[in-house]
Design a protein around this ligand. Sequence first.
Ligand SMILES: CC(C)(COP(=O)(O)OP(=O)(O)OC[C@H]1O[C@@H](n2cnc3c(N)ncnc32)[C@H](O)[C@@H]1OP(=O)(O)O)[C@@H](O)C(=O)NCCC(=O)NCCS
Length: 189
Amino acid sequence: MLGLRRPGTVAVKPVGPFDLGRLARLHRRCFSEPWSRADLAHLLALPGGFGLIARLYEGGLGGLDALRGVGFAICRVTRDESELLSLGVAPPWRGRRVGSALLRAAMARSREAGATLMFLEVAVDNHAAQRLYARHGFEIVGLRPDYYQRADGSRVGAHTMRCELDRVLAPGGRAVLGAPLNAAAGPAS
Ligand SMILES: CC(C)(COP(=O)(O)OP(=O)(O)OC[C@H]1O[C@@H](n2cnc3c(N)ncnc32)[C@H](O)[C@@H]1OP(=O)(O)O)[C@@H](O)C(=O)NCCC(=O)NCCS
């Protein structure tokens, strides 16, 4: 199947048992306070926990298909609410809609799991992420002062954002998961 893909294609897939190391490396590239493999394994094993990974198909190398992990989303669904616990795209691949594809897939999968609302926290000074979330139907519904601690020990507040999944996702919107996205060959400069 992979051989039918064009190099530069990104697909969003559920995190599998062999993805934990890749996920931890990606998390470390995206956040100054990285989560360990054990942290990630714990979150994914929680009831309702799931992870998605965006894989870039780089073409056949020496007869083997090469898939590079370029982004991830981690979520937890509890009854009718989903929480986006983490979302990240490796720096060279930002600005190519990989984050949008991961968020959309996480929203679709949350709805399939029975969630009608999705929540997240985002640092008040993380404008790129806030723009991404607003574009996908999230609204600011609260402020948590001093929510995150930075690597230098300083603290920064977070906005709580909420999305009404049934209102935002089109009926039958599950096609997002696994739908290939062309991120063009090569990282952003
Ligand atoms: C936030 C993040 C996941 C976005 O991923 P992405 O693949 O770049 O997102 P997209 O390409 O789908 O772009 C979504 C929007 O964000 C904007 N954007 C992406 N990176 C940006 C940057 N560095 N600076 C400003 N805007 C940026 C895009 O222009 C786009 O806005 P538009 O739709 O108005 O044009 C990514 O920047 C990231 O991993 N950041 C570090 C980790 C993080 O902050 N995660 C969120 C924690 S709540």
